[in-house]
Design a protein around this ligand. Structure first.
Ligand SMILES: Cc1cc2nc3c(=O)[nH]c(=O)nc-3n(C[C@H](O)[C@H](O)[C@H](O)COP(=O)(O)O)c2cc1C
Length: 184
């Protein structure tokens, strides 16, 4: 994994790496950080999208209530999304299987917190693109109006635990100077 000193972060337009971020969500996943500098948590997300709502750049994420992250999102209404560098796959897999209730994932995977510019949730220094988001709107998935076959509902929601979808305005975005060469 690269060390923090390898990288210099620059401000980017929120949609500059939208395609690459979508690809990273698909594989290996991106890292969602919630909380604040003293009490932050990180989890892997595979569901999400960058887009526009109410004339603002938005990052949409879907988080199940059973996640430790959920509590932080509900309390703070802020989060960051971090696109891992190539080589961070093991950290992404770990953050997607272990809960912050049981471990300090930053410490375990040597992830470095950097202060957000506009939100209290930190960004991850080792990740090559970082989005800072403030929740504009949220809604719970209502499976009674989901136009998908029952087998899909059963596959994703065998025990309920329906996602809440958070639409976060991207209030700041940064990337490593060499991000384009190191995206997954
Ligand atoms: C590749 C991958 C993608 C994931 N995507 C999501 C997601 O979009 N939403 C979600 O609620 N959980 C998702 N998870 C599961 C959480 O990352 C996992 O349950 C995690 O341990 C929750 O951490 P927390 O309890 O510290 O919040 C994903 C897991 C993996 C491995």
């Amino acid at each position: 994994m690269p060390t923090v000193t390898d990288t210099k972060k620059i401000k980017i337009p929120p949609t500059a790496f939208a395609t690459e971020t979508s690809r990273a969500l698909e594989k290996p996943g991106c890292l969602l950080v919630s909380g604040d500098a003293n009490n932050a948590n990180v989890m892997t997300i595979g569901w999400g999208a960058i887009g526009v709502l109410w004339g603002r750049p938005v990052f949409m994420v879907a988080v199940r209530p059973s996640r430790h992250t959920y509590k932080f999102l509900e309390e703070t209404g802020e989060f960051t999304v971090n696109v891992p560098r190539k080589g961070m796959e093991a950290a992404v897999a770990y953050c997607g299987t272990v809960s912050g209730r049981d471990a300090d994932k930053f410490k375990e995977k040597h992830l470095t917190k950097l202060a957000g510019e506009k939100v209290k949730a930190p960004i991850i220094a080792e990740c090559c693109v970082n989005y800072e988001c403030k929740v504009l709107w949220k809604t719970k998935v209502d499976d009674s109006v989901m136009a998908v076959p029952d087998e899909v509902k059963k596959r994703f929601y065998p025990k309920g635990d329906l996602h809440t979808i958070y639409f976060g305005e991207i209030v700041a975005a940064r990337a490593d100077e060499d991000a384009a060469e190191h995206l997954p």
